[in-house]
Design a protein around this ligand. Structure first.
Ligand code: PHE
Length: 344
């Protein structure tokens, strides 16, 4: 009996309930009407008179221990509940969600891609670190062309020739990769980041984003180019936006042109966005030079194509009247959250 009481004593001393239910189980086990203590007192009746004195004392101490432990734990649990009640005010409203928003350049890129997807263009991408061949040589840049110059290009490896490695200066490199890898017809748009060694200001940055377009098939003509781009502009800036093509020069297209649209801010009457001319340039384009087709293994007698390249920043500036390019890369939430399209 003594041994059993010792065992129960250890159990009581080390008992730590996780919750009120566990404490109640403890109470029933030791102090309940059919509990251990009640049982021990029953057994006590049967011991001999000489043992009664010592054993009675042990039994009473044990009972007090169980009762004291129970009271102490009950107290502790109650104050824990009280404490947590005062910490948490369940009537307070919950924390609001801070939801992110798409970057304006992403919004415009998605819009551009959607328009061309509806015309059957697929999306393709290429690496930002390019070799000389894909960024320049295959695109018909003469050996000493100024665009290869250190001033424009961030070179990673410079060996003065075809081993050069650089950050791509335009997405036209993806045209080359696409044509090398497949067979015509090609009808693709190629969005991506490009890099140029320019001083950062409101109007220029050392990196920006372009969307390249390429369409190569039999009988593709300049009128296809004009109609495609005209349709694109109507979709992006609304019906009635005027376009005009000015002759230009790119090594990889012949003939080449730059396309202007009537100023989306003033509608063509003149403002400081269009420098009071009523027109703003948005892209370069032209018929893919036969040399470029041949460089990519395409029969230039059988196939013709057009290509164009536009800066996403420029398109976005006109859409949202943003006058400083630096805003796009500063990640100022006051700027970015103005483009929030979803709410909660
Ligand atoms: N790659 C040219 C640029 O970066 C744009 C362009 C693309 C022009 C395709 C003609 C055809 O300015």
């Amino acid at each position: 009996m003594q041994a059993q009481i010792d065992q129960y004593t250890t159990e009581i001393n080390t008992f730590l309930p996780a919750n009120a239910d566990e404490l109640e189980t403890f109470r029933i086990k030791f102090l309940g009407t059919k509990g251990i203590i009640k049982d021990l007192f029953e057994q006590f009746k049967t011991v001999g008179p000489e043992e009664k004195r010592t054993f009675g004392k042990v039994l009473n101490q044990f009972k007090q221990l169980a009762e004291a432990k129970y009271e102490e734990l009950k107290e502790g649990l109650n104050s824990e509940i009280e404490h947590s009640k005062s910490e948490i005010d369940l009537t307070l409203p919950g924390d609001g969600f801070n939801i992110g928003s798409r970057h304006p350049l992403s919004l415009v890129r998605i819009e551009i891609i959607d328009i061309f997807k509806r015309l059957g263009f697929v999306v393709a991408e290429g690496p930002e670190i390019e070799d000389d061949w894909h960024n320049f040589s295959a695109l018909n840049f003469p050996e000493e062309h100024p665009a290869r110059d250190m001033q424009d290009t961030f070179f990673i490896k410079k060996n003065h020739g075809k081993d050069d490695i650089a950050l791509r200066t335009h997405t036209s490199s993806v045209q080359v990769r696409m044509m090398e890898q497949g067979k015509p017809p090609f009808r693709a748009i190629m969005p991506g980041r490009v890099y140029r060694n320019e001083a950062i200001s409101a109007r220029a940055h050392c990196f920006f984003h372009q969307v390249e377009g390429l369409y190569v098939d039999e009988n593709v003509s300049f009128s296809d180019l004009k109609q495609t781009l005209y349709h694109f502009v109507q979709e992006l800036y609304g019906e009635g936006t005027k376009v005009r093509f000015r002759p230009s020069y790119f090594p990889f297209t012949e003939p080449s042109a730059e396309m202007d649209i009537s100023c989306t801010i003033c509608g063509g009457s003149g403002c400081n966005m269009c420098k009071y001319s009523g027109w703003v340039e948005i892209l370069g384009c032209g018929m893919v030079d036969p040399n470029v087709l041949e460089n990519c293994g395409i029969d230039s007698k059988k196939f013709t194509g057009f290509a164009f390249g536009m800066g996403i920043e420029r398109i976005t500036n006109l859409k949202y009247v943003i006058r400083d390019l630096r805003l796009f890369s500063e990640n100022d939430v006051r700027f970015l959250k103005q483009f929030q399209t979803e709410t909660i």
